[in-house]
Design a protein around this ligand. Structure first.
Ligand code: SF4
Ligand code: SF4
Ligand code: FES
Length: 353
């Protein structure tokens, strides 16, 4: 079918996909050329003048909402960011993203992405981290890049692992490697997601073709700065025997809220636990002393050994029982903090575990 443009200036020919998941074909439209026009303008012109029922998704027309993703002359792009004059006199073919089920015309069902998103453990700061969070600017710089993502899913569309096999069970896709990188490299995050990456998220499926990186409208270096570092971390955690041994002797700091391994029992109910034996904490009591967690009691209270200073000498006095509300900060394992660790070994060995 051909629809002619009103007789104004020169016109551009658009071949736009029309149809649903049962059947579809391209329809030809002529649209008057206007200086500075983008593909989304042409789609709006077609809707207004020729095909009121043409389905397309858009919101901002400013390349920020990530809604207007489509395939323009076979390349995944934002319609609102693609100028028509870059194609010269050539016809412009506009198709929906082909990695996702088609709903109608240019609109696809991207809900699978949101399901994947829910499977990724969210930001998990250390126990008792004071709010508002304080971080050094140089520690936060790395995650800025990942946070530019507008969830347009163009990278998901171009990734051959998701696109060519019609089976999304093997790999979360580049968008979610970016999200996991943002969490893993956050200076205050304590969660370890390499097990997920090695398993269901499937980082090993990526063969670093960099196609995702080339189509990202936010110019995120998806492969270089997210996927490759995540592959390195995952390989270290999954296969490096020295890293495995270090994890055994120096477990990571426990996150705030519920933790799996360090819960205590009360009548068979596993209580949320924010403290681990050997954590160094600061108490509210006079002088705000440091203390060492020697045990977590079934009622949730802590047995602590308080750090006392006599001149240049220090020793740990205890045990005392305190409520968790007495703790103003948890600095994590003694091995990491290093406060009086030698003396601790001398005096608390029998009580610590
Ligand atoms: S680099 Fe990896 S994630 Fe990106 S398109 Fe290629 S296979 Fe997919
Ligand atoms: S990483 Fe880039 S291409 Fe992928 S969803 Fe985010 S903004 Fe879009
Ligand atoms: S309309 Fe928002 S990104 Fe194109």
């Amino acid at each position: 079918m051909t629809t002619k443009a009103p007789k104004t200036t020169s016109s551009i020919v658009f071949q736009v996909f029309r149809g649903d998941d049962a059947a579809g074909r391209e329809e030809r439209f002529e649209v008057p050329a206007v200086e500075g026009m983008v593909v989304l303008d042409a789609i709006h012109y077609i809707q207004a003048n020729y095909a009121n029922d043409l389905a397309c998704r858009w919101n901002c027309k400013a390349a920020k909402c990530g809604s207007c993703s489509a395939e323009i002359n076979g390349r995944p792009r934002l319609m609102c960011k693609t100028r028509v004059d870059e194609f010269g006199k050539d016809e412009i073919h506009v198709w929906p993203m082909r990695a996702f089920p088609l709903i109608k015309d240019l609109v696809t069902d991207v809900s699978w992405n949101y399901q994947v998103n829910k499977e990724i453990p969210g930001f998990t700061p250390p126990a008792n981290e004071p709010v508002p969070y304080r971080m050094l600017p140089e520690d936060t710089e790395r995650v800025y890049e990942y946070r530019k993502c507008i969830e347009c899913f163009l990278c998901q569309d171009v990734c051959h692992v998701l696109r060519n096999h019609d089976d999304k069970s093997m790999y979360y896709g580049p968008r979610y490697m970016v999200r996991i990188a943002a969490l893993e490299m956050h200076p205050l995050d304590t969660e370890r997601r390499t097990g997920l990456l090695h398993g269901k998220a499937g980082v090993g499926m990526c063969n670093i073709t960099k196609c995702c990186q080339e189509v990202c409208p936010e110019h995120i270096k998806i492969t270089d700065n997210a996927i490759i570092p995540l592959k390195e971390r995952t390989t270290t955690d999954a296969y490096d025997p020295i890293a495995w041994m270090l994890r055994k002797v120096r477990p990571r700091r426990e996150p705030a809220g519920i933790t799996g391994a360090q819960t205590s029992e009360l009548g068979g109910v596993r209580l949320p636990q924010r403290f681990a034996v050997k954590d160094v904490v600061r108490l509210k009591s006079a002088g705000r002393p440091f203390a060492r967690v020697g045990g977590v009691r079934p009622d949730g209270k802590l047995e602590v050994w308080i750090l006392k200073m006599r001149g240049t000498q220090q020793h740990w006095k205890g045990p005392s029982v305190v409520d968790t509300s007495e703790v103003t900060n948890n600095y994590g394992p003694l091995d990491d903090v290093g406060i009086g660790s030698k003396l601790f070994e001398q005096t608390l060995t029998d009580h610590a575990e």
